[in-house]
Write a protein that binds this ligand. Structure first.
Ligand code: AMP
Ligand code: MG
Length: 494
């Protein structure tokens, strides 16, 4: 065997692979091999996720897995492919998009699919280079695991490898490959793709695939007037409503809610210019390229509904009756409202009954936070401690004009009188995280990573994996953002 063929020998990671997406047929994807990157190095990995997959967490030190997860050597049992999808971007039909830089390897333990993001050109790369930069890969890696730590549905991230190969964005950056996982990477845009081309057979194959593997309950006769495709639309709407309620309650701004970035499993997917709110500003726009503010924080639920409407239109050839499609969309609104109220009540330590008084309590504190530009995450954490100590000083001090807060606190105390204060405080500390991935924290970790110091990425990962714990030794990561954080500009460029 000569040395060059040895470089193409597959590496056996000891995983068992099933490739159900590949079985759908070549209308759905193109087979593509990853393109190697020179002299790769490790940036980060998630030990718990490696363990979950049955990979030896220590094995990440090995050169074999470094080559495998950079895409430099194929992995035994995988069938790399780039899937095709279309979508609406910023409200307009964008036509064909597809995996321009992500390769689906197949499906392994626990039914999780693996993708290499940034592994080179595909037939869907359009004007792009098929690469991802270190900056955006570190952001996606940390935020995926942060969302998981917050119990918010998300694609997961196993590892990031880097290479000094130059990648050209606004400035010259360097390449990285992110390995990400999800039960499925199917997006609303996959359905839109076949529907727009009137390829009803493929549309049905895709819908049947998603139902079989992810929504089997939609097949039963009772589900939505016996129409499995209407039932699917409703189920996707319900999951999206749960997701959006969680985003709004935690203060997460996605930044690019195009239909090709919407998971049919209701997962947070495609981390780009996302941001966790610093000060509570309902109209905050985190994506510097979003000049119209289409994806402002407080517009996200509406946008999700708009995106579901696109999915409904795409599924119409299968659902057949327009009234049924409209009826299947309807529950999104009520589910979202109920879920948001539930999540916000949990932030206040209030369980059980809701009602007008409770709703007013939520609305009023949000209004006070907005008026005072109060830091969202720190406020809720301090409020949790205030309930435990029965002294609101630390939360109160955050308001430029505390009189409004004082009046609210009195009403809140009356409402809490019916609950066990200890239980409420405990529940609040489990609903209001101490740590979120603020822009400036990601930025500092990226700056160090560019200098090959990956310790800040792993330190952040430690707190973000368990964001409700105190981690007193990392208290600085729970601090207010510095002034320069307001000037960080995050665009679509990644
Ligand atoms: P995004 O805005 O990241 O959701 O990407 C939108 C579309 O552009 C998707 O089809 C991506 O695969 C594609 N894309 C984004 N960046 C690149 C890149 N650097 N190379 C190739 N395709 C890309
Ligand atoms: Mg995308």
């Amino acid at each position: 065997m000569n040395p060059s063929s040895a470089c193409h020998d597959p590496i056996d990671l000891g995983l068992t692979w099933r490739n159900t997406f590949a079985r759908l047929g070549e209308d759905f994807y193109t087979r593509v091999s990853a393109q190697p990157l020179p002299e790769p190095y490790w940036v980060a990995h998630s030990a718990p996720l490696a363990q979950e997959l049955g990979l030896d967490p220590l094995g990440f030190n090995s050169d074999r897995s470094l080559q495998a997860f950079t895409g430099n050597r194929p992995i035994t049992g995988t069938e790399p492919l780039a899937s095709v999808y279309s979508g609406h971007q910023f409200g307009s039909w964008a036509g064909q998009l597809g995996d321009g830089r992500a390769l689906l390897l197949g499906q392994t333990a626990g039914g999780l699919e693996l993708q290499l993001k940034g592994a080179g050109l595909t037939p869907y790369s359009r004007m792009g280079d098929g690469r991802a930069v270190l900056r955006s890969s570190v952001r996606e890696f940390l935020c995926s695991e942060a969302m998981h730590g917050l119990h918010i549905p998300t694609t997961r991230a196993l590892c990031v490898t880097g290479s000094d190969a130059p990648v050209y964005r606004e400035t010259t950056e360097t390449a990285a490959v992110l390995t990400r996982l999800a039960p499925s990477f199917v997006r609303f845009g996959h359905f839109e793709h076949f529907s727009a081309r009137a390829r009803v057979e493929q549309l049905r194959t895709l819908a049947d695939h998603v139902i079989e593997h992810h929504y089997p309950q939609c097949r039963t006769a009772e589900a939505f007037a016996g129409n499995p495709y209407a039932a699917l639309l409703q189920a996707v709407g319900e999951r999206t409503a749960h997701l959006l309620a969680q985003w709004q309650a935690i203060g997460f701004c996605h930044g690019v809610m195009n239909t090709d970035n919407m998971s049919v499993l209701g997962l947070t997917i495609d981390y780009g210019p996302f941001q966790f709110l610093d000060a509570y500003e309902p109209g905050h726009v985190c994506n510097h390229s979003d000049t119209q503010g289409r994806y402002a924080f407080n517009r996200q639920p509406q946008v999700a509904y708009w995106n579901l409407f696109c999915l409904a239109q795409a599924l119409l050839p299968l659902i057949e009756e327009q009234d049924l499609a409209i009826a299947a969309l309807e529950p999104f609104k009520t589910t979202f409202a109920q879920q948001l109220e539930r999540r916000m009540s949990a932030k206040l330590g209030l369980s059980g009954s809701t009602g007008d008084a409770q709703r007013a309590l939520i609305e009023d504190i949000l209004q006070l936070l907005a008026q005072g530009h109060v830091d969202y995450t720190i406020f809720w954490r301090r409020l949790s401690h205030s309930v435990a100590d029965a002294t609101p000083t630390a939360a109160r001090d955050m308001f430029p004009d505390p009189a409004g807060f004082d009046a609210w606190w009195l009403r809140y105390q009356q409402r809490l009188a019916g609950e066990s204060r200890k239980d409420a405080a405990q529940a609040m500390l489990g609903a209001n995280p101490k740590f979120v991935l603020r822009n400036h924290l990601a930025e500092l970790a990226i700056r160090a990573a560019r200098e090959k110091d990956f310790s800040q990425v792993s330190r952040l990962l430690t707190v973000l994996e368990a964001p409700f714990d105190e981690h007193p030794e990392h208290a600085a990561l729970a601090d207010f953002p510095p002034d320069w954080a307001h000037h960080i500009e995050i665009s679509c460029s990644s």
